[in-house]
Ligand binder design. Structure first.
Ligand code: DGY
Length: 317
């Protein structure tokens, strides 16, 4: 039986399943392992079922046990893993695409609505019971007819477009390559971010975190937006230069911001806390029972497929 280190606590049904197929080292107290501890625990393990909270950088990967042949990440994103370092050590890295597309698109709509309709301020007023209805009380922005720019038109971007169309939004997008008209479904392609941002009343960030997309929202690119635009991020915090964003919010260049992800999370730039037009969630994109169960099952299937065939269709390095 192959030995697997499971770095975070999974839902019960997933822990039962992984323990039936493999000899597992579970993390029953859901401790956040340090890199040193990950290295120590990897000893004798054939694979690691990791999560986005495990920082598997080059130094850590180089010290993992020689027995470790696969890191199966319990996430579609894999910015927490140095893919090149893993490749050099002949360690396969896999992810969990598809299964979290709908849940993440749903949370994106929550961010868009929360930011556009001033939900954070509304919640505060409702809790304090100190509000009085009036014709101009907490007036927000309507989605109907608004132009939604989608940065990254992969599976999640396209699922966001599908939901946004139901709200009457007009879809624009930028992607490394133009999609087929079947996948575009009428969305308007922009071959550069300046062009996309300049028509985005609302921008949804749905691209992967890479060296190219790091701080793609910065002091210069924020100026491309129409004044009063809204930005949401349900992908990874690395894409936003937080200081530039806080500045743009404070001078109302950007009307509101919806965030589910942060640089260095769970910490967030404290500057956001003083701005009422920021709607924030604690990385809940995939947080439904259905999706988390499917993600862990896929991470387990990836391990199983790899050990049975030496390959895995969800290998990313
Ligand atoms: C992912 O899978 O990358 C998500 O962010 C996890 O919630």
């Amino acid at each position: 039986m192959k030995k697997i280190l499971v770095t975070r606590k999974l839902l019960k049904s997933n822990e039962d399943r992984v323990s039936k197929i493999f000899d597992t080292k579970l993390n029953l107290n859901d401790e956040l392992y340090s890199q040193k501890k990950l290295i120590e625990l990897s000893k004798g393990c054939d694979g690691i079922l990791s999560s986005l909270t495990d920082k598997l950088d080059e130094q850590t990967i180089n010290q993992l046990s020689n027995t470790t042949k696969i890191i199966s990440n319990f996430a579609v994103g894999f910015g927490n893993i140095d893919l090149e370092a893993a490749k050099k050590r002949k360690i396969a890295v896999t992810n969990t695409p598809d299964v979290l597309t709908d849940a993440t698109a749903e949370i994106t709509m929550l961010l868009i609505l929360g930011a556009a309709r001033r939900a954070s301020e509304g919640i505060e007023h409702a809790k304090k019971s100190n509000w009085k209805w009036s014709a101009d009380f907490l007036i927000g922005k309507q989605l109907t007819g608004a132009r939604l720019g989608i940065l990254g038109m992969g599976r999640i971007g396209r699922a966001v477009a599908k939901l946004a169309r139901a709200f009457g939004m007009i879809i624009h997008y930028h992607n490394r390559s133009k999609l087929s008209s079947k996948l575009e479904m009428g969305a308007i392609y922009h071959d550069n971010i300046k062009s996309l941002f300049s028509v985005s009343d609302i921008l949804s960030i749905n691209c992967p975190a890479t060296k190219e997309t790091e701080n793609i929202i910065n002091a210069e690119s924020l100026e491309y937006f129409p004044t009063g635009a809204i930005i949401t991020n349900s992908a990874r915090g690395d894409m936003i230069d937080d200081e530039a964003m806080i500045n743009a919010l404070s001078r109302r260049k950007i009307y509101a911001l919806g965030l589910d992800v942060y640089k260095g999370e769970p910490k967030l730039n404290p500057g956001y806390l003083n701005i009422k037009d920021v709607f924030i969630l604690p990385h809940l994109g995939s947080a439904t029972k259905q999706t988390r169960t499917a993600m862990a099952n896929l991470a387990i299937n990836n391990l199983d497929e790899f050990f049975k065939t030496g390959r895995c269709k969800n290998k990313v390095n």
